[in-house]
Write a protein that binds this ligand. Structure first.
Ligand code: GLY
Length: 357
């Protein structure tokens, strides 16, 4: 089974893609760990908790539930959980097991980063999106009203345990939303992965085990390589934000309730492709291929009623904006991107309109 080493300055760790790894989760808890807190949501625990419960047989842990949902990805629930941790005897020897989708991974990771100035976390992602992106790379945080993930910290996990078996019961919409992050990985750095998705749609959508393993493993390899080269996002890591600048604007505009993150990224990738074509970075042929593949894994929920001007106004609030200048990650061919700034507002506006159409 594929295992990837994520080599960062604070910590090197493994992201392991293994069917059934939940059943041996206890092996990843270091000796002499103090109180263990399993942070999840009631929903995740109800649907997917059994396998992890078996994997933690004999381990003493306390379960703490987050509310779930992007609109609850705020600081207040973390303060509440931190109070509970202290009340239940948590201290600097404690450890968090983050068990859930991207929101849980981000929030529980952030809680680990700030509880008593930092305790370890093991990430156990339960959605495709979290397995291929959120749980790997140490980005943690919560949203502000002003924008997504504006409060956060880099906090690398002890390990990432990726069990593709949990995807068997994942709702179809969540599964497809995760595929968009896989498509992203293909476009930014792995043309082979992109073409695999374009050509193997029936197997991917049928959740064929080989197809699922391949797309997770390739995406985690891409992520591990990029994070190892640039943990703090001062250079290469920015390519992982392909589609996210426009996507975050869409999520904020719809108050985090209308689109799943992956669906917003699909919209954002479309806008970025239109922009890449109109600015001359991407050929018409590659644009058609990318847009067609995004479409094939859709549809995303209706974009009706969303004003392009509102999205345009929101773009500068993304945290990728530096000194007032928006940086766009644009594909130059399938498997390669460029970071571009100084783009004419008229072209950005046109790209948003085309993506909304
Ligand atoms: N999700 C983008 C990153 O980890 O950098």
């Amino acid at each position: 089974m594929p295992e990837f080493h994520v080599d960062t300055a604070p910590r090197g760790y493994s992201a392991i893609v293994e069917w059934g790894i939940l059943q041996r989760a206890a092996e990843f808890i270091p000796p002499r760990t103090g109180k263990i807190f399993l942070v999840t949501t009631a929903d995740v625990w109800q649907h997917q908790g059994q396998a992890l419960e078996r994997g933690l047989a004999g381990v003493c842990y306390e379960r703490l539930d987050l509310p779930g949902g992007e609109d609850h990805k705020r600081l207040a629930p973390l303060e509440d959980l931190a109070e509970q941790m202290v009340a239940r005897g948590g201290d600097r020897s404690s450890l968090i097991l983050a068990f859930g989708g991207g929101i849980v991974n981000d929030m529980a990771g952030f809680l680990a980063a700030i509880f008593m100035r930092g305790i370890p976390v093991v990430q156990i992602p339960t959605t495709l999106l979290a397995q291929v992106d959120a749980a790997v790379g140490g980005k943690t945080g919560v949203n502000l009203v002003a924008g997504k993930n504006l409060l956060g910290a880099f906090h690398q996990p002890l390990a990432v345990l990726i069990d593709p078996a949990v995807l068997e019961t994942l709702p179809e919409r969540e599964y497809r939303a995760g595929i968009y992050e896989v498509i992203k990985c293909g476009i930014i750095r792995d043309g082979g992965l992109f073409h695999f998705l374009a050509e193997q749609r029936p197997a991917v959508l049928a959740r064929d085990s080989e197809a699922v393993t391949r797309m997770i493993a390739d995406s985690v390899r891409v992520k591990a390589e990029v994070v190892a080269a640039d943990e703090r996002e001062s250079g290469l890591r920015r390519i992982l934000n392909f589609g996210h600048t426009f996507g975050h604007a869409l999520e904020a505009e719809t108050v985090y309730t209308r689109f799943l993150h992956g669906e917003a990224v699909a919209f954002g990738m479309r806008a970025a492709v239109y922009l890449a074509q109109s600015t001359g970075y991407l050929s018409a042929e590659d644009s058609v291929e990318i847009l067609g593949t995004i479409e094939d894994y859709g549809p995303i929920p209706s974009l009706s009623g969303i004003a392009s001007e509102n999205l345009l106004v929101r773009l500068p609030h993304d945290k990728k904006t530096m000194r007032g200048e928006i940086h766009f990650v644009l594909p130059v061919r399938i498997g390669e991107t460029a970071i571009v700034s100084g783009v004419e507002q008229r072209l950005v506006s046109e790209a948003i309109r085309s993506a909304l159409a």
